[in-house]
Design a protein. Sequence first.
Length: 150
Amino acid sequence: MKIVIASDHGGFELKEVIKEDLIKKGYSISDIGVDSTKSVDYPDYGKRAALMVANKEVDKGIIVCGTGIGISIAANKIKGIRCALCTNEYMARMSRMHNNANMLALGGRITGIGLAIDIVDVWLSTDFEGGRHENRVNKVMEIEKLKEEE
Ligand code: RB5
């Protein structure tokens, strides 16, 4: 599985830890920055990572900012993206089973390293349940079309 990983300065340290852990576990990781804690704008990184997922250059995306809020909002502006901000394993599991999230957002200033790694593991290993959730996810994606028409 190919995964893009990105962060702003607020998520840099957690992104690095997650990246190293995923590489050790055999995932193919594309790290598109940042490379330091120098201040940057989270929308730039959320957008770039989301475009790679939307364009199917990678299978999934993991993005980190200080809270996870700004970067997830930015990613969710890209067509085809369902980015879930998760602070625990239950949210991670449900975001895959029920929402078919294709991106995971984490808060570098919110979630500790051990929990974040568990969240990532659960998120990557849980499949979409389909069934009644398929229709609901389709309805969510239909909203993108409304936006274009208005
Ligand atoms: C940067 O200071 C911070 O605003 C950013 O990392 C993020 O938390 C925004 O939602």
